[in-house]
Design a protein around this ligand. Structure first.
Ligand code: PMP
Length: 354
């Protein structure tokens, strides 16, 4: 080994869900939206001025920031945008988690949180969820360097009440509290209104789920202007042009089409409620999910067996080789009614053979 290797920043990377490209597959493994993005997105795409692509994009991402601000009824100075919420969250870690004290997040949560902390050498302390996968607000009262968790949590889908979130913010006024609302549009109540009240609150959202634009990589954050300014300062010190012109135009078109967004979210929520009943009837146990996925274990059949049998039938769901507590769980993304009918039929056949 050359001595240069001693100075390499060695990291254990985050492993995203696989993206197989198989004919006729039913892909329920990465929480993507089963419906296409708004028709307005296609229109915006057709209007892209390809000649203009020779120029650098607008570093302030004004077109998108303004569209988000207008849509959510906030000032543009309260909006930050990035290349998916992963980019926004990574910037958040770099900007706000520098005290040297451990940041706090749940033991079962988005598996990128510890990866960013390790990569950026930020100490962290995980806080166990209770036996029903609830976040225990009391655990977030200790001295810390920042707090982050998703609401609803992932991969559990369990929602924390807004009043509990406010208590956590109240107890942590000397650090930044980040609420990762990747799945909030599927039935939760957003913490966005609390941004006016708390200068240490950052609410992060994504266009990847409810707006069906995972492939475009668009995420955003809401906070008071000072918080957003600090985020932009770090962004401009790292890469001025994180978002390209196409993403800006498409994101702006998508966020303006409230009708289509509402229709598709309603369809997903109604499919989810039906799938919950069907899964319970098949012997699955799970906490109530307020997201576009269900995190479930079968009462007698092993998750890995079900996972493999589903794969043989070209159906993909997600399993986490993580702590023992969730090793028998599968995370099932909600697809279209037709996809979920096929999924449930296949599942029934698999279970009948056991
Ligand atoms: N937060 C959570 C909780 C997620 O599950 C995801 C999706 N992997 C993200 C953030 C990031 O999503 P994106 O970068 O596509 O916005």
């Amino acid at each position: 080994m050359g001595s240069w290797e001693e100075n390499v920043r060695k990291v254990v990377p985050y492993v995203p869900g696989e993206q197989p490209k198989k004919e006729g597959m039913i892909k329920l493994n990465t929480n993507e939206n089963p419906y296409p993005p708004s028709p307005e997105v296609l229109r915006a795409l057709r209007e892209i001025d390809t000649e203009g692509l020779r120029r650098y994009p607008d570093p302030s991402s004004k077109v998108l920031v303004d569209a988000i601000a207008e849509s959510y009824g906030v000032d543009p100075e309260q909006v930050f945008v990035g290349v998916g919420s992963d980019d926004v969250l990574a910037m958040t870690y770099m900007t706000f988690f520098n005290s040297g004290r451990p940041i706090l997040f749940p033991d079962i949560t988005y598996s990128f949180y510890d990866v960013w902390a390790d990569m950026l050498r930020i100490p962290y302390e995980i806080q166990p969820l209770d036996e029903h996968f609830n976040i225990c607000k009391e655990d977030y009262r200790k001295k810390n360097g920042g707090v982050i968790f998703p609401n609803p949590n992932a991969p559990t889908g369990v929602l924390l009440e807004l009043s509990d979130i406010e208590e956590i913010i109240e107890a942590n006024r000397d650090v930044v509290v980040v609420i990762d609302e990747a799945y909030i549009d599927f039935g939760g109540v957003s913490a966005l209104p609390l941004v006016e009240k708390y200068d240490n609150l950052l609410v992060v959202q994504t266009f990847s789920k409810s707006r069906a634009l995972a492939g475009m990589r668009i995420g955003c954050a809401f906070g008071q202007p000072q918080l957003i300014k600090y985020l932009n300062d770090v962004k401009y010190s790292f890469n001025s042009y994180t978002m390209d012109e196409t993403a800006l135009a498409i994101g702006a078109a998508a966020v303006r089409d409230k009708t289509y967004y509402k229709q598709t979210v309603e369809k997903i929520v109604s499919t989810r409620e039906w799938v919950k009943k069907e899964l319970r009837a098949l012997g699955f146990v799970f906490e109530d999910s307020m997201s576009n996925f269900i995190f479930a274990a079968h009462s007698s059949v092993q998750a890995l067996y079900i996972l493999e049998e589903l794969r043989k039938n070209n159906i993909y769901v997600r399993h986490f080789h993580k702590p023992i507590r969730i090793s028998n769980y599968l995370r099932i993304t909600i697809g279209t009614d037709e996809e979920m009918k096929k999924f449930l039929k296949t599942l029934k056949n698999i279970l009948e053979k056991c």
